[in-house]
Write a protein of this length. Sequence first.
Length: 168
Amino acid sequence: MNTINVVEDEIVVVGLGEVTASRDANRTLTCLGLGSCVGLAMYDPVARVAGMAHIVLSNSRGKSGPGSSKYADLAVPMLIGQMQDLGALTSRIKAKIAGGAEMSPARGLGDMFKIGQENVAAVKSILAGVGASLTGSETGGSRGRTFRLNVGTGAATVSSAGQDIKEL
């Protein structure tokens, strides 16, 4: 009798304001329900190190301590640091982002509540500043998204209710 072993990926949910790095090829890092938040997926194809951040707001404005990884200006360097600890080099990191939607536009208030756009702009600016290459994005609009990153392959996908899964 032949036995077939099937190994399923372990889903690791990266919650609001969390940052996670991994070398475990059987893991899929996942940000669920990205609205105005931005999911940042990073991968070093040589070291085979992946990381994901679930960014809630663009700027910490000097805040630090517990929960500070929810801010783009702190989460991006934190994630790069975790990946470097696992053998990644910033110069090889490929980044992809998803989210940054405007979930509840406030009419008559102009750009006052453009949190999604601010988050996307901040992440892009910080990535450029550290020399990480942005190779894919699925941002804006008014739909929530789920963002997945396969640690073993670096493949990133985005899905949204009623839409096909898109590979970035």
